[in-house]
Design a protein around this ligand. Structure first.
Ligand code: FES
Length: 138
């Protein structure tokens, strides 16, 4: 990741995270979830890398530094993006997914998809605001 390709965007006042430690902020077309954990800010793409559904609905576990996708029970590190659990569905839900995959090839593809890390972004604090750095590529 080249420093030259990083575009920094000012998001929100740092003190606003005291009351609301998880904030969703739109930057261009991305929904970026900023999570304050102790005095550190983490920024992630709110779209789950499995099917693109909203991660903020699943909640964060500050002890493990993970965010949970409630749709198919996956967990990701909000610090590094690493997959901690992938499609960890159980019981009746697992049975239903298996059943649907027998009749629906798209469902089958979704359930055999390889674990994919969560997109994370760099953050910094400047002028009493949290900033997110997004790599613009080559
Ligand atoms: S959409 Fe998140 S695990 Fe399926």
């Amino acid at each position: 990741m080249s420093e030259q390709n990083i575009q920094w965007t000012r998001l929100a006042e740092t003190k606003s995270f005291d009351e609301d430690p998880e904030q969703m902020i739109k930057v261009k077309r991305d929904d970026i979830l900023v999570i304050k954990d102790n005095d550190k800010f983490h920024a992630i793409n709110n779209r789950c890398p499995h099917l693109g559904l909203a991660l903020n609905m699943g909640g964060c576990n500050k002890k493990d530094k993970t965010i949970h996708c409630k749709f198919h029970s996956s967990d990701f590190s909000y610090d590094t993006g690493e997959v901690k659990a992938w499609l960890n569905v159980k019981g009746f839900e697992k049975f239903m997914m298996w059943l649907f995959s027998k009749f629906d090839p798209d469902m089958k593809k979704m359930m055999v998809m390889e674990p994919t890390p969560l997109e994370t972004f760099r953050t910094k604090v400047e002028d009493d605001h949290v900033w997110v750095g997004i790599d613009q590529g080559e």
